[in-house]
Design a protein around this ligand. Structure first.
Ligand SMILES: [Cu+2]
Length: 179
């Protein structure tokens, strides 16, 4: 019967492909634009996971801390490919990255980095440059053009240990967007 054949088709792709839903990080802002944040700000995923940033209000980017992104300090694993979403302008615009290399990945929003809009993802374990102190590179050869991570980002990012323990860490006040 035709119905049975359809059921068969429906099952095969689910078993064969790793079609896990992406881990969603929302890009938020209050109405005035005086508060901006990623929600969650800290996220733990397993290697191979897909992370999806979705714009909700305001204009944002998700941009890896990497020298190729405007001379920012390297704060993703050495073997990982840096990403930059570009500007996500309309509510619902989104950008996906697959994270395969274990370690800590720090990223920021280009227009809002100075305001502390940044996030941290731990893939599997706390390792790599993102697990180092913010100034680990100061004085090392080849890093002279790198930018210092702003104080607002330093104070905003949760520790990798907390992210590993809690899996999802929300920014303070993330549940009160109108404040
Ligand atoms: Cu932003």
């Amino acid at each position: 019967m035709g119905g049975l054949a359809l059921v068969g088709f429906g099952i095969a792709p689910i078993r064969g492909a790793r079609t896990a839903a992406p881990h969603v990080i929302e890009m938020r802002s209050n109405a005035l634009g005086s508060r901006v944040w990623y929600d969650p700000i800290g996220l733990y995923v397993e290697p191979g996971a897909i992370v999806r940033w979705i714009a909700r209000e305001n204009v944002h980017t998700a941009t890896a801390y990497h020298p190729r992104n405007g001379n920012h300090a390297l704060r993703i694993p050495e073997r990982a490919v840096p990403w930059n979403s570009g500007f996500l302008v309309n509510p619902g615009d989104h950008f996906d990255v697959t994270l395969n290399v274990p370690g800590v990945y720090d990223y920021f929003c280009m227009p809002h980095e100075a305001a502390g809009m940044a996030g941290r993802i731990v893939v599997g374990k706390a390792a790599g440059p993102g697990a180092e102190p913010f100034d680990y590179w100061v004085g090392k050869p080849g890093t002279g053009s790198w930018n210092r991570v702003p104080d607002a980002v330093r104070s905003a990012l949760p520790s990798a240990a907390r992210i590993i323990a809690e899996r999802r860490v929300r920014a303070p006040g993330a549940d009160r967007p109108d404040r």
